[in-house]
Design a binder for this molecule. Structure first.
Ligand SMILES: Nc1ncnc2c1ncn2[C@@H]1O[C@H](COP(=O)(O)OP(=O)(O)O)[C@@H](O)[C@H]1O
Ligand SMILES: [Mg+2]
Length: 217
């Protein structure tokens, strides 16, 4: 379970409050969408929940372990093996093929050969068969995002965070991304936390959290 207790976040000098005392519990296996207007603090909250950023006040814990009390090593381990992240822009490396991009996370620990089979399975599951040796520039936007999702899933993460993963896609490709997230949640039991400002996609989650001016409404 991910738990945020009284999480607040300030930016700048003088400080501007972006998140105000957020309490949120996300059970393992849940599929939560965080929605709200642009500037309401969705990305900030997602980055804090996913350990990529730290709250100014309050704390986040994973299965009862407080992030701020974890050692650098434990935190690295959590990020590398249990957390997958998908962004609005895919951040694929242009000089690597789709398959090489997907195998970047296991490559960090010299395990790319071990994960090759799983990569090819996911590639075929997400409709990318035949594209594995293409470079990102040779793929459509929807295909690029599915490569990025495959990369996020390669280590079989327990938690998957997605920040506006459909923001750059047309409706059909956006729907495909949502279907993949639902499937990963249903079949692999991954906990999914999705940020979106699109109501159609937000309502596909099991639970919706509305953010307004830094508060959960
Ligand atoms: N690194 C930062 N430095 C200063 N202000 C920031 C930073 N990140 C976000 N903000 C501000 O915090 C507010 C919330 O941003 P964000 O979480 O990105 O909202 P959303 O994702 O809902 O559009 C915005 O006013 C934004 O300008
Ligand atoms: Mg955002």
């Amino acid at each position: 379970m991910i738990e945020a207790v009284q999480v607040s976040k300030d930016f700048g000098h003088p400080p501007t409050r972006v998140l105000s005392g957020i309490d949120l519990k996300i059970e393992n296996g849940d599929f939560v969408s965080i929605h709200g207007r642009s500037g309401s603090g969705k990305s900030t909250l997602l980055y804090i929940l996913s350990t990529l950023d730290h709250p100014t006040q309050g704390e986040v814990s994973f299965d009862g372990q407080k992030v701020k009390e974890m050692s650098v090593r434990d935190l690295d381990h959590l990020r590398n093996t249990q957390i997958g992240f998908i962004f609005q822009f895919h951040y694929l490396l242009p000089e690597l093929t789709a398959l090489e991009n997907i195998l970047l996370p296991p490559r960090k620990t010299g395990q790319q050969e071990k994960f090759r089979g799983r990569a090819l399975e996911l590639i075929s599951q997400f409709g990318l068969k035949g594209h594995e040796h293409k470079f990102p520039g040779q793929l459509s936007g929807g295909q690029q995002q599915r490569v990025a999702i495959t990369r996020a899933l390669i280590m079989n993460p327990k938690y998957l965070f997605a920040d506006e993963p459909t923001g750059n896609l047309d409706y059909q490709n956006g729907l495909m991304v949502l279907e993949i997230l639902k499937e990963v949640n249903a079949t692999q039991g991954a906990t999914v936390v999705l940020v979106t400002h699109e109501r159609d996609f937000s309502s596909m989650a099991k639970r919706e959290v509305l953010l307004k001016d830094g508060f959960v409404v």
